[in-house]
Design a protein around this ligand. Sequence first.
Ligand code: XUL
Ligand code: CO
Length: 438
Amino acid sequence: MTEYFPDVKKIAFEGADSKNPLAFKHYNADEVVMGKTMKDHLRFAVCYWHTFKGLGSDPFGGPTILREYNNAGDEMAVAEATMDAAFEFFTKLGVGYWCFHDRDIAPEADNLAETNKRLDKIVAKAKQLQADTGMKLLWGTTNAFSHRRFMAGAGTNPSAAVFAYAASQIKKAIEVTHELGGEGYVFWGGREGYDTLLNTDMKRELDHLAKLLQMAVDHKKKIGFTGQFLIEPKPKEPTTHQYDFDANTCLAFLRANGLDKDFKMNIEANHATLAMHTFQHELQVSVDNGVLGSVDANRGDMLLGWDTDQFPTNIYDTTLAMYTILNAGGLTTGGGLNFDAKLRRQSIEPNDLFHGHIGGMDAFARGLKIAAKMIEDGRFAAAVKERYATWDSGIGADIEAGRVGFEELEKYTLKNGEPEIKSGRQEMLENILNEYIR
Ligand code: XUL
Ligand code: CO
């Protein structure tokens, strides 16, 4: 069988002093942190679309990256060779999970029936490779945004026939995800949004989106798929106004339509920053509402206003993300850290794929170790507890318990006078954070 990454052996953990670029410096799969192995905490996944289908094209130019598996023959031969290359990569990297869109793994044919047949053929191959390697599917999803029929959206398309097409595609994608034992299924809004209200009935579009999601929930139950449904918020790009703007917007939509028990969030770092939030903010909103499902681990570029999908390397970001995730009890079934990240278009060597993923895995492993120490030492938790201490007894406890109203609070204020105020100590806390990040 062709080897696509012949000069790479299985990537090993060599420790922080190693100078080998093809080795982990911090990610040590079996090392135990706060009672769990790194592997079980981090649940890394490789995404199929950027990693194997992304070839460096951008709005100003075509592909720059050449891959040997793309020379395998006709479209289906290429799809099969790509799958072989993917499983070789997963195994050598040492991740446990992968994620895909239906159209990443099998090319679309002239009609849906033929397209589905092609998908079944490649899914059978993926199932065999999963059995051979022990790899698992974190989540599947559908690409209902690239084809021209979806130019005005899928579930929110002004055409009912396009809605029906999208529904048929999603039905099949959920079924193949189930067939591959997927732990989750993601709904990223693709082109669900609008560019101008001059041609858009927003209320009607959102009602249709809710109908589509309800049908997905019904079908999931019908076929016995027990994986987690996930919504992936994103505020803009490709449309000017994406309906799934951020975690709070998604929650309001799900609650308004009685869907909130059936979906959790898949939080992507670069989508959070496009929404003018931090990655940690979006994670915390999800945790506070009991809907943190999974994570698309990447980063944006501070100087660019679009979704650059870079590999995560910022230790502050990974530390704060892991702090929130660990405090919430960690990622469980249906959740993982999926590298929805792509190489820069000048990174044209096959090994660059390893460098990107090794860097991301090491950055999160460091984040995990640092966050665990921060939690074990308890200094931040103690500072927050102290800051809210007036709510633990007296008038604060009365307010929280609903024992008092405006009249009692007026009486309290007239009696006690000007409240004592305290420093938020942000600088001190940031300095303490720097004691851990080193
Ligand atoms: C797009 C994006 C998608 C989803 C899956 O910005 O993040 O790749 O993760 O459709
Ligand atoms: Co994503």
